[in-house]
Design a protein around this ligand. Structure first.
Ligand code: HEM
Length: 404
């Protein structure tokens, strides 16, 4: 196995040009080249990029790799959440949230998602049948569900979406000064906003996740900073990736009437379709870790103290595991469920049951009510280095011939 090395700042060719519009529009050919020729690639920014499924799947479960020792720069408050902690602090915080995100709780919250989706679709049916589903449906229903879980009113949706995105700008490699400033300002905004939400809950307690965090704080199981930034984390993860999953699913159905029909007519195929959507267009392209000791990747030894970028989006298109990986095929013999879109190991996604349920509620409501979906304009994407998200997706919902 070769390691391609380029010293930080050198003029060597950048095989993973994070900011290049061509890369952002379609990163998959770049990933394919890395997997084939440079499976452990030293990026000009200094990080080691790992792109093959086998390596990524093994490393993502390697307990010697640290997130606590990573330098998140202006996004340093992430260290007050599960995403920025190693054991034992990670175990302590994760226990508090794991109690919440159970299948039983998700089934209860699903009623909120369903009501939100049906209300949007009522408006579509009463209107001209078109909608920009990115914010109008995907964001709206996931945001309202998150606020319900918190036990708060769904206010400030647009600001929270924008501020979350500004924090994401500094989570990947290579952010600039302007982005660092935006991230710092966004964290300050969240600290203020969430501080007021927490004060409100202390004055008028309820039964939501914020109340559970406050109780944990009062019992000495969380710090005040961990309360504030854990609320921030759930605001963010509650919509960012789920929104992409929902949008991408609708986008695919708009281009593939056969997929729309499969979702409608074959309920048993639905989980596999959702997994294949996650595999083929993975919302988070990478997870990042720090080596705490010499770490062997193939025939390469990465020294201690180096940053590893584990490209889960590339792993999910590795032909060694998924035959014909660029084709959408929810009937593929190797279950798409082996994908790494939710990560794996101790930091594996805490909200995947909820994410799958929300996506299924949206897709099922659409196929039950309409006879099809078609594009009503071009989709637009926003990128941070590690996250792909849809900002605009105009579609037209087609009425069933027998509808009034
Ligand atoms: C399609 C939707 C989603 C995708 C693709 C996704 C993806 C991921 C990934 C890749 C990680 C691992 C990060 C790492 O290893 O560094 C992760 C962690 C996490 N996710 Fe999700 N996620 C989704 C939805 C959600 C939802 C709805 C929630 C909760 C409301 C959630 C909560 C979390 C939390 C708390 C973690 C951190 C776990 C830890 O560090 O122990 N996610 N997610």
């Amino acid at each position: 196995m070769t390691v391609t090395t380029a010293e930080p700042g050198s003029a060597a060719e950048d095989l993973l040009p994070f900011r290049d519009p061509g890369f952002r529009a379609d990163p998959y050919p770049y990933y394919a080249r890395l997997r084939e020729k440079h499976p452990v690639y030293r990026h000009p920014l200094g990080l080691y990029v790992v792109s093959r499924y086998g390596d990524v799947a093994r490393l993502i479960r390697n307990p010697t790799l640290s997130v606590q020792q990573l330098d998140f720069g202006p996004a340093a408050p992430i260290h007050h959440t599960v995403l920025g902690k190693d054991a034992p602090d990670h175990t302590r915080l994760r226990r508090i949230t794991n109690r919440w995100f159970t299948p039983k709780a998700v089934a209860k919250w699903s009623q909120v998602t369903r009501a939100s989706v049906e209300a949007v679709l009522d408006e579509v049916e009463n209107g001209d049948g078109t909608l920009d589903v990115a914010d109008g449906l995907a964001l709206k229903c996931t945001f309202e569900t998150t606020c319900h879980i918190f036990g708060i009113e769904p206010t400030e949706m647009d600001t929270i979406r924008r501020k979350t995105y500004e924090i994401g700008l500094s989570l990947g490699p290579g952010g600039n000064d302007e982005e660092a400033r935006a991230t710092a300002e966004a964290f300050a905004w969240f600290a203020d906003h969430i501080g007021r939400l927490v004060a409100g809950k202390r004055a008028r307690p309820g039964e939501g996740l914020i109340d559970a965090f406050i109780a944990a704080r009062d019992e000495g199981r969380m710090t005040e900073e961990e309360v504030v930034h854990s609320v921030f984390l759930f605001f963010a993860v509650g919509h960012l990736d789920v929104k992409h999953l929902i949008n991408h699913g609708i986008h695919l159905m708009a281009r593939r009437p056969d997929l729309f029909a499969a979702y409608r007519d074959e309920p048993e195929a639905r989980p596999g379709i959702i997994d294949e959507i996650l595999r083929i267009d993975t919302p988070e392209s990478m997870v990042v870790r720090l080596t705490t000791q010499d770490t062997v990747v193939g025939d390469t030894t990465v020294p201690a103290g180096e940053v590893l970028a584990l490209l889960i989006a590339s792993a999910n298109r590795d032909p060694e595991v998924f035959a014909d990986p660029d084709a959408f095929d929810h009937t593929r013999p190797v279950a798409a469920g082996r994908h790494l879109a939710f990560g794996s190991g101790m930091h594996g996604c805490a909200g995947q049951v909820l994410a799958r349920a929300e996506a299924d509620i949206v897709f099922s409501a659409i196929v039950n009510r309409f006879s099809g979906v078609e594009p009503a304009g071009e989709p637009a994407y926003a990128h941070t280095e590690f996250l792909r998200t849809v900002t605009h997706l105009p579609v037209r919902f087609l009425r069933s011939p027998d509808s009034p």
